[in-house]
Design a protein around this ligand. Structure first.
Ligand code: M3P
Ligand code: FE
Length: 304
């Protein structure tokens, strides 16, 4: 039983056409479906129906984020555990959402709406399953990441949120940042992946989304992403640089509505018996951005 991976992020945009143009032409995602008020997008190596849903709404923001569970029965087990913790859950039945079957939704302690699903429509990646090319077509526009990697949400009480994700949802902590009194300012959590994080939680306002990140295969692709972003006049927030936490290489930037995106590579393998890494607040400058060793206020205070 467990959390498998980040499946999709659902956001609102007041300009669906502008957002779609950015995510297809600059980020380089594939548009997979469009309804009256929603656009569904995925990366070229993703097998699931979509990893991003954008819904027209006058207020930019995050509707919800969805993780896939490992087994069909896990949904009902998690439903019981989340309810027992004290978070009411609602069930969305098959037909209630595009690209997936039954799911459960609930508010996590830090106020964001989380969804768990097992039954996801598998539409396959761009390469196919018979004699597949190992690389995508060379003419894909934009950054064209192979897949979504992780996300970061804010929480006023990081420790409370972290214990929900660990004790109730069974995720493993890989790294944490502690203040001078030993209180958690940030935690990095993994589901059943071998990467250091599927979600991170950092101190900030409840309900906020800090960013989600796409995976790139190497550092040189981060440099190319920076060129693509600068060429297209996209506002870069930080980087290209390296995180001390996770060891990942990274660049952060803003979509046209001000939602922060990241492209990320590197990191290290984690196993269930990998020991937790701890950063102290006085060294967090290097944890955040290893080369710069500064804690940017825009980076910490701006969120969606
Ligand atoms: C990451 C990451 C903050 C740290 C962010 C770290 C907002 O995005 O991928 O490790 O303090
Ligand atoms: Fe990140």
């Amino acid at each position: 039983m467990g959390i498998l991976r980040l499946a999709h992020v659902d956001v609102r945009t007041p300009d669906l056409d502008l957002s779609t143009a950015y995510y297809t032409e600059v980020m380089g995602l594939q548009q997979v479906a469009r309804t009256d008020d929603c656009v569904y997008l995925k990366c070229w190596d993703e097998e699931d129906h979509h990893s991003l849903r954008m819904r027209y709404n006058p207020r930019t923001g995050m509707d919800s984020f969805t993780f896939r569970v490992e087994e069909e029965d896990d949904l009902h087990e998690f439903e019981k555990k989340v309810e027992a913790y004290g978070c009411p859950t609602t069930r969305v039945s098959r037909g209630g959402a595009v690209g997936q079957g039954e799911s459960i939704r609930f508010e996590v302690p830090s106020g964001q709406i989380m969804e768990l699903v097992w039954d996801i429509e598998k539409t396959g990646n761009l390469l196919g399953k018979h004699n597949p090319s190992p690389v995508p077509p060379p003419d894909l526009p934009g950054i064209a990441p192979p897949r979504m990697d992780h996300m970061l949400v804010n929480a006023e009480e990081v420790a409370e949120s972290a214990s929900f994700f660990m004790d109730v949802l069974g995720m493993r902590m890989t790294e944490q940042v502690l203040d001078g009194n030993g209180h958690q300012l940030g935690v990095w959590l993994a589901g059943n992946t071998r990467s250091p994080h599927d979600i991170a939680i950092v101190n900030g306002p409840n309900g906020a989304l800090h960013h989600w990140a796409y995976w790139l295969d190497d550092w040189d692709h981060i440099r190319k992403a920076a060129d693509t972003l600068a060429f297209n006049g996209v506002q870069i927030d930080q980087g290209p640089t390296r995180h001390g936490v996770t060891r990942g290489n990274t660049i952060y930037f803003f979509d046209p509505l001000g939602i922060r995106n990241e492209v990320f590579t590197g990191g290290y393998w984690v196993d269930p018996d990998t020991e937790i890494l701890t950063w102290t607040e006085d060294n967090f400058g290097k944890g955040l951005f290893y080369y710069e060793n500064v804690i940017s206020q825009r980076f910490l205070r701006m969120h969606t």
